[in-house]
Design a protein around this ligand. Structure first.
Ligand code: NDP
Length: 334
């Protein structure tokens, strides 16, 4: 079957870290050999994630160069390697987590591939592996959310943020959502947030006071904070006693030099989780994927697509997500 594939394809690579100008849209070889347990996927949509900007910009280090960016997508299986699970079929529709996703074809270990039910569109599927499954692992494992709890979500109109708002609503939590513009806050509300707030970047105490006011002086049971450096302190301040600080992203820069003693006043829990450390095998992936597809079908969860960009327009897409002007999901179309 590999014989029927083209020899070259388009991909987005970097040869060094830096600004958007390091992004190279170029011809590369289509992966020609599949190892035990691998499949070749023809992308229909590729998901853009904020983490792609960390690898391009140097916040995280690519293991080697040239490095093909991208960590997720959805499409069809173009070839099966030896020893792949029987639920993965040639031409079957799938979504996946994998490095090297910004390309026409990508070679992926079956451990990272989810077959798609007919009810899930390929667009929704491409928007799900990183952002939706992150949101789901956060509410199930980082802080197992209970109905009636107040939860704070930062960057609530972003990719992960809108999934969090919807999932929290579906499980009966009460969400306070922050986002930088009135339009984004309105979107968070439409996606299930009960209260929306601006960050008050010039006066974070004002933000803290507002959250305390909303929660009757008690504070929130957990914060899901993806902004990092800029919001870390105010997020700690709005937690209730024995609350949980879940710091899962660095959009404003990473949190460093944290003195553990700061947790003692309120006996707070602090986590810095990664979805790829919650989902490490097929046994961990498939139940989460099925739970997500069920939420989408039964609770009517949906994805707001910000824009579908042609793969060759990757620079513009990257500038857009870094500009804070986007909401929901950005997709690339090969
Ligand atoms: P988003 O769509 O949420 O885009 C990032 C958002 O962060 C912006 O829209 C913006 O929203 C907000 N933001 C706040 N401060 C800044 C800043 N200084 N510069 C840029 N943006 C800023 O991206 P994703 O949904 O892809 O990711 C959200 C976060 O979750 C990221 O930090 C990402 O790294 C993290 N993440 C972590 C995972 C994990 O496993 N730990 C997995 C997936 C994502 P606003 O303007 O409203 O503030």
């Amino acid at each position: 079957t590999m014989a029927s594939l083209p020899e070259t394809m388009k991909a987005v690579q970097i040869d060094q870290t830096g600004g958007v100008d390091v992004l190279q849209y170029r011809d590369v070889a289509v992966p020609s050999e599949l190892k035990e347990g691998e499949v070749l996927i023809k992308n229909e949509y590729i998901g853009i994630n904020y983490i792609d900007t960390y690898f391009r910009g140097g916040v995280y280090s690519p293991p080697s160069f040239p490095y093909t960016l991208g960590r997720e997508g959805a499409g069809t299986i173009a070839a099966l390697g030896p020893g792949t699970p029987s639920d993965l079929k040639l031409n079957g529709r799938v979504a996946y987590f994998s490095v090297g996703a910004y390309a026409d074809y990508v070679r992926v270990s079956a451990d990272k591939v989810m077959p798609l039910p007919d009810t899930i569109t390929t667009k929704v599927a491409a928007a799900s592996p990183l952002q939706a499954l992150t949101a789901l692992t956060l509410i199930r494992e980082a802080h197992p959310v209970k109905a009636g709890e107040w939860i704070l979500v930062t960057a609530a109109a972003g990719g992960v943020g809108l999934w969090l708002c919807q999932l929290l609503k579906a499980v009966g939590a009460r969400t306070i959502a922050t986002a930088s513009t009135a339009e984004k806050r309105e979107l968070a509300k439409q996606n299930g947030a009960e209260v929306v707030l601006e960050y008050h970047e010039d006066n974070r105490d004002r933000f803290v006071d507002k959250v305390l006011e909303v929660t009757g002086g008690k504070g929130v049971a957990a914060v899901f904070d993806s902004v990092g450096q800029a919001t870390f302190d105010s997020s700690l301040k709005v937690l209730t006693r024995k609350g949980t600080m879940v710091s899962f992203g660095n959009a404003s820069g990473p949190v460093t030099n944290f003195a553990l003693g700061r947790l003692a006043d309120k006996n707070l829990k602090l986590l810095r989780p990664s979805v790829s450390s919650y989902i490490t095998s097929r046994e961990e992936l498939l139940p989460y994927a099925n739970e997500l597809w069920n939420f989408i079908e039964k609770d009517g969860l949906s994805v707001k697509i910000h824009e579908v960009y042609p793969l060759k327009d990757v620079k513009r897409a990257t500038e857009d997500i870094e500009s804070r002007k986007t909401s929901g999901k950005l997709l690339l179309k090969p």
